[in-house]
Each structure stands twice: as structure tokens, then as C-alpha cells.
Design a protein around this ligand. Structure first.
Ligand code: ZN
Length: 356
């Protein structure tokens, strides 16, 4: 899988590699192929004879450094990630991550951690101080960099401020707002542009997905093709549609907020539901704004159900929709290990039903 839409990002990297900075920050929303792009960049930086192919730089796959990298044993490559991310993204990189994670037998039964800890960054700093083994430079990949906790970020900042010679740090980030500005300002940015809608649909259909499903999944996933494919494979498009139907049923008056909450919680965990509800409110708000501006609507794939949902949301309800959106934001900020997410959802659904 080549991910054609990465062409511009690959081209940016070719130009950066002429005078390699100490730190590169790759940024885009989830599901755009950053994992693959970062892996390509690391392998071409380690390779002894990278090949320039059109506007991209690719590892030769045959030299000693390539062989070591592919077997998961390159001593100059350091991969820092969270336990949660490594568990859900199986690739050649997983071997490298283990060097910086607690051994599974020591973890016992505790849940995999979602964060990158300060200890991981401190170990990286120690290892980065040692001389290179085989490649011309040492490379650290920190992915997802936005899962570093504050202490980890502060520790990394010191390394970014006083970079080791012959070293590159690549940070990969899904949500820039979670990364301190002090870190961002020390990196050269590399943006991954989302594909055009038709390009993303073409890629999904090449994976055996129907046109109709592709459009729907892309609408839900903000145009991110890999995330859309995950959604389709996990049947989450159907779950999303069930959420829309549940909101419609509540709008019809036959079903109350508490019953609706029960229906929703059977479909997905609260974190996913909150994102979806946020998306629906976003669409409803955008729909009001579109009444003055014409243009393609992201919910085009859901015209039928959406026209019913938005029937009630005339301009006078605009302020209420913004309040509903903010309420979702504040629910998302709460620690759902402490607060019962079902109760928060109830409260929100009551506010929503009052708007109808
Ligand atoms: Zn090579």
C-alpha cells in the first residue's frame, strides 16, 4: 500500500534531508498514514544508499543498515511510544519500542499505559549520549508525541535545546494542541495533507470497500482514509448510523433520554460516543452556517437522516447548539475513571432533547 496522498509530505522530507534538522515534527489528524511515513523516513535515514524515487527517498532494503533495521535490531534507532499505542499498531517498530517499555511479565495485570513517561525520555537521553554504532547518525522516533506527559515533555525539551551532534529526533503528533509550544518551536514542521475526497474513496475501493461505505466512513472520519478503513472493518459505520437513529427516535418523542443513553452505551464506549455526538453537533452547526454559504457538506453521505435531524435546528437554536457542543467538550475533559460517564451522557441527552 503506497498511500499516494503522502506525496507532498514525502517531497517535503526530500527537501529537508538536504540539510537535516535536529528535530522534525510530523503532524496530521489520526489515520492519514503518519506511521508509514515515519517508518520510511527512519529507514531511509539509516540506509547507506537511499534511492531517490520521483519525489521520495527510499531505503535500498539491501545494505547492512537496512537489514538490521528490518530485523528489528538496529542499535542506532530508538523508538519511544506508549504501551497502548504499541499494542494496537503491530509493525516492525514494535520490537524497538520494547527497549523503552516495562517488560510484559513485570507489568502483571495492569492496563497498558496511554502515556509516554519521563523515564522513557530519560533513558533515551542516556542512550543518545553514547556514540553511534553502525549508521551515520542516531535517530529517535517519538510517536505519538502528544501522549508525552508534562514531565516527559520537559525532559525532551532539554534534549531539543542541546541536541547531540549526528542525531535526529522525529516527533509524530495527532493533536498539536496537546504538544507544548516550547517543543513545537524547536522542531521543523512536516505537514501531512489529507487526500482529496475522490482520492480517498479510490483508495478505499481498492481495498475492497463499496463506494457508498467509503463515502460514509470518510464523512465520519474527517476524510482520514486509514481511520475510515478501520471503521469499516470494525463495523463502526453501522454503529454510528445506530447513534443517528437513536437521536432521531428521541426527536420523534417516543424514546426518552435515559433509554437513549442505554441504547448508545450498548454500541460504543463513552469516549467514542462523545466524539460522535460532537461530530453530529458540528454538522448541525455547520448546516446552519451553510444556509448562507453554499458548498459541499461533509454529511452528504447521510443526507436522508441528516435532513430529519437538522429540521429542528433552525437559526434560533444556534446558541443552544453551541452550548451543547461546549457541554460535550467539558464532559470529555472529565476523568471518566472517577465520574460515571453514563450520568454525564444522561445530562447531555436531556439538554439535547430540550432543544428538539
Ligand atoms: Zn540500505
Amino acid at each position: 500500500m503506497n498511500y499516494d496522498w503522502l506525496a507532498s509530505a514525502r517531497d517535503q522530507f526530500v527537501r529537508l534531508s538536504a540539510q537535516l534538522p535536529h528535530a522534525i515534527l510530523i503532524q496530521s489528524a489520526l489515520g492519514m498514514g503518519k506511521h508509514k511515513l515515519a517508518t520510511e523516513m527512519v529507514s531511509s535515514l539509516l540506509c547507506e544508499a537511499p534511492v531517490k524515487h520521483e519525489q521520495s527517498l527510499q531505503a535500498c532494503g539491501e545494505c547492512r543498515n537496512c537489514t538490521m533495521f528490518d530485523s528489528g535490531n538496529h542499535p542506532d534507532f530508538h523508538y519511544i511510544s506508549s504501551e497502548r499505542y504499541v499494542e494496537s499498531n503491530d509493525s516492525v517498530l514494535a520490537h524497538y519500542a520494547e527497549r523503552y517499555l516495562e517488560a510484559p511479565e513485570k507489568r502483571g495485570k495492569r492496563k497498558p499505559r496511554k502515556i509516554i513517561s519521563v523515564d522513557q525520555i530519560r533513558t533515551l537521553i542516556d542512550n543518545f549520549g553514547l556514540s553511534n554504532h553502525s549508521a551515520d547518525r542516531k535517530i529517535a522516533l517519538i510517536m505519538p508525541a502528544d501522549t508525552m506527559n508534562i514531565n516527559a515533555s520537559n525532559a525532551l525539551l532539554k534534549l531539543l535545546e542541546e541536541p547531540n551532534p549526528d542525531s535526529v529526533i522525529i516527533l509524530v503528533c495527532n493533536d498539536l494542541s496537546r504538544l507544548p509550544m516550547t517543543i513545537r518551536s524547536r522542531c521543523i514542521g512536516l505537514n501531512v495533507d489529507p487526500p482529496l475526497l475522490e482520492q480517498a474513496v479510490a483508495w478505499l475501493t481498492s481495498q475492497g470497500v463499496s463506494d457508498d461505505k467509503a463515502y460514509k466512513a470518510l464523512a465520519i472520519c474527517g476524510g482520514a482514509p486509514l481511520l475510515a478503513l478501520d471503521y469499516i472493518r470494525a463495523d463502526e459505520v453501522n454503529d454510528f448510523e445506530a447513534v443517528l437513529e437513536a437521536l432521531l427516535a428521541m426527536q420523534g418523542g417516543g424514546v426518552g433520554p435515559v433509554e437513549t443513553r442505554e441504547v448508545l452505551l450498548k454500541l460504543q464506549p463513552p469516549a467514542v460516543l462523545l466524539n460522535w455526538l460532537q461530530l453530529v453537533i458540528n454538522w448541525l452547526i455547520a448546516n446552519l452556517q451553510m444556509q448562507a454559504h453554499s458548498g459541499p457538506a461533509p454529511w452528504k453521505a447521510y443526507t436522508r437522516v441528516f435532513s430529519k435531524l437538522s429540521r429542528q435546528s433552525d437559526v434560533s437554536k444556534r446558541a443552544a447548539l453551541f452550548r451543547l457542543y461546549d457541554e460535550l467538550l467539558s464532559i470529555k475533559k472529565q476523568d471518566t475513571d472517577i465520574v460515571n460517564p453514563g450520568l454525564l451522557l444522561d445530562k447531555w441527552l436531556i439538554s439535547y432533547s430540550r432543544l428538539l
